[in-house]
Ligand binder design. Structure first.
Ligand code: CMC
Length: 428
C-alpha cells in the first residue's frame, strides 16, 4: 500500500498522506487540501465517504458484519458482560476490575437523586408529549441544576460527571414514562442492580411491591449493551459536534437525544412496531408492504431494514432476533407480530430489490418485539435506545475533548444567487 494519494486539480498534482487504522482501514488525510489547492473543497452529502475523526472506541466492519467495543466482540459482551461493565469499558477504555465495578456502581447510586424541582418541569408537559422530546428537554434542564462545566483534563471531574449522568438519566427515563401514565414519580432503590433499578423505577405500581423477573432483567441488560455504541452514527456525531464548541456534556447529550429521535435513526424501533401493527391490522399481507417498499413513487420504507454501514447482517440484529425468540418463549408471550416480522425478513432476504441493495434487518427490526413483551409502551422504545446509547455518547464526547479536536464546522459549495442589488419593498 502506497503511503500517499495524489490528486490533480487544474493540472497541478498534490500528494496527501494515507493513514491506516489498527484494523487496516485506509483513509486519505485531506487536512491540507484547501491550503494547497487554493480553496478547493470536497462535497460528500451525508458524509458517506468522510471520516470525521480518529477513534479508539468502536470498530465496525459493515461488509463482514463485525462490531467490537474497545476490541471486544459484541457477541461476547452481550453474552458475558453486564451493562455497567460495558459502560465503563466504553468510557474509560478497559473492563473494570471487581473493585472498580463496585465503586463505579456505588458512585452512580450516590449521584442518582434528581433535584425535586425537575418534577415541576415534567408537570408542565402535556401528557400527549412524545417521551423523546421530554427526555431531551429534561437532559438539557439538568445543566441548570448542575451548572458547573466539566474540566475534561481533570480525571476526577470527568468521572464525577459520568457517574452523575449515569445515575440521573434512568430517573428521567422512568419519570418520562410514568408522567404519561399518570403514575407517581419516584426514586428507585440503592439496593438494586443498575438494570433492576431501571425496571423498578419504570414499573413499580404505588399499591404493589415490584417483583423482578430475571428473564426481563437479562433481556434489558443485553439490549442496553447492544445499543451502547455504534461509532460515528447520526446522534453520536451530533454529540461530538455540539461538544466540539465546548458546550457542556449534558447539553451535548440532549442534542444527541434529539438526533436519535428521527425515524431513520433510533426512532426506527417505534416505527418498526407501528409498521408491523399496521400490517397485522391490514390482514397480515406482507407481500403488499414489500411491494410498497420497492415502489419508488411510494414514500414507504421497510422500517428496520437497511443501514448506512452494514452491507451484511447487522450483528446486533442476529443477537436480538435470537433473544426475541427466547424471551417471548420464556415469558409465555405469543405475539403474532413476531411471525409477521420473520415473514417479512424471509421475503426481503429472497427479494432482488433488497439483495441488490444489500438491505438486511438492522438493530431496530426485532428490538421492539422484546420491549413490547416486557410491557414497555411503543413510544418509549427510542427512549430505551437512548438509555443504552448513553455510555457511547459519553465515551465519544470525552474522547473528542481529550483529543482536543477542533470545532466541527463543515464547508459547503454555494449554489445560490450571485451578488444582486437590493430593491426597496415598494419596487419588488
Ligand atoms: N426500504 C426500502 N428501500 C430502502 C430501505 C428500506 N428500509 N433502505 C434503503 N432503501 C433503498 C433506497 O431507496 C435506495 O434505493 P436506490 O438505490 O434505488 O435509490 C438504496 O436502498 C440505498 O438507500 P439509502 O437511503 O441511499 O441508504 P442510506 O445509507 O442513506 O440510508 C438508512 C440508510 C438506515 C437511513 C435506510 O436504509 C433506511 O431508511 N432504513 C429504514 C429506517 C431504519 O430502519 N433505520 C434504522 C437504522 S439502524 C439503527 C440506527 O441507526 O439507529
Amino acid at each position: 500500500m502506497s503511503d500517499k494519494a495524489t490528486l490533480e486539480v487544474n493540472g497541478n498534482k498534490h500528494d496527501f498522506p494515507i493513514i491506516v487504522g489498527t484494523e487496516n482501514e485506509v483513509a486519505i488525510d485531506i487536512k491540507s487540501l484547501r491550503g494547497v489547492t487554493g480553496g478547493v473543497t470536497t462535497i460528500d452529502a451525508g458524509y458517506k465517504n468522510t471520516g470525521s475523526c480518529e477513534s479508539e472506541i468502536t470498530f465496525l466492519d459493515g461488509e463482514k458484519g463485525i462490531l467490537r467495543y474497545r476490541g471486544y466482540s459484541i457477541e461476547e459482551l452481550a453474552e458475558k458482560a453486564d451493562f455497567l461493565e460495558v459502560a465503563y469499558l466504553l468510557i474509560f477504555g478497559e473492563l473494570p476490575t471487581k473493585e472498580q465495578h463496585d465503586k463505579f456502581h456505588a458512585d452512580i447510586k450516590s449521584k442518582s437523586i434528581v433535584d425535586d424541582d425537575v418534577r415541576k418541569i415534567i408537570d408542565a408537559f402535556p401528557k400527549s408529549a412524545h417521551p423523546m422530546g421530554v427526555l431531551s428537554s429534561l437532559t438539557s434542564a439538568l445543566t441548570a441544576f448542575n451548572p458547573s462545566s466539566v474540566n475534561v483534563d481533570s480525571e476526577a471531574d470527568m468521572y464525577n460527571s459520568v457517574v452523575k449522568i449515569l445515575g440521573k438519566f434512568p430517573v428521567l427515563v422512568a419519570w418520562t414514562m410514568r408522567k404519561k401514565q399518570g403514575l407517581p414519580l419516584d426514586y428507585g432503590s440503592n439496593s438494586l442492580g443498575y438494570v433492576e433499578n431501571v425496571l423498578k423505577m419504570m414499573f413499580k405500581q404505588p399499591n404493589e411491591d415490584y417483583v423482578q423477573n430475571k428473564i426481563i432483567v437479562d433481556a434489558l441488560d443485553k439490549l442496553l449493551i447492544l445499543h451502547a455504541d455504534h461509532e460515528q452514527n447520526c446522534s453520536t456525531s451530533t454529540v461530538r459536534i455540539v461538544g466540539s464548541s465546548h458546550a457542556g456534556l449534558f447539553a451535548s447529550l440532549s442534542a444527541g437525544i434529539s438526533a436519535l429521535w428521527g425515524p431513520l435513526h433510533g426512532g426506527a424501533n417505534q416505527a418498526v412496531l407501528e409498521m408491523l401493527e399496521a400490517i397485522r391490522e391490514d390482514g397480515g399481507d406482507t407481500k403488499k408492504y414489500m411491494a410498497k417498499a420497492k415502489d419508488k413513487n411510494d414514500p414507504f420504507r421497510l422500517m428496520g431494514f437497511g443501514h448506512r454501514v452494514y452491507k451484511n447482517f447487522d450483528p446486533r440484529a442476529r443477537i436480538i432476533k435470537k433473544a426475541a425468540d427466547e424471551v417471548l418463549a420464556d415469558l409465555g408471550v405469543d405475539d403474532p407480530i413476531l411471525e409477521i416480522a420473520k415473514g417479512l425478513e424471509q421475503e426481503a432476504l429472497n427479494d432482488d430489490y433488497f439483495v441488490k441493495r444489500k438491505l438486511y434487518p438492522n438493530v431496530d427490526f426485532y428490538s421492539g418485539i422484546i420491549y413490547r413483551a416486557m410491557g414497555i409502551p411503543t413510544d418509549m422504545f427510542t427512549v430505551m435506545f437512548a438509555l443504552g446509547r448513553l455510555p457511547g455518547w459519553i465515551a465519544q464526547w470525552r474522547e473528542m475533548r481529550l483529543r482536543k479536536e477542533p470545532i466541527g464546522r463543515p464547508r459547503q459549495l454555494y449554489v445560490g444567487e450571485t451578488l444582486r442589488p437590493f430593491k426597496k419593498i415598494e419596487k419588488r
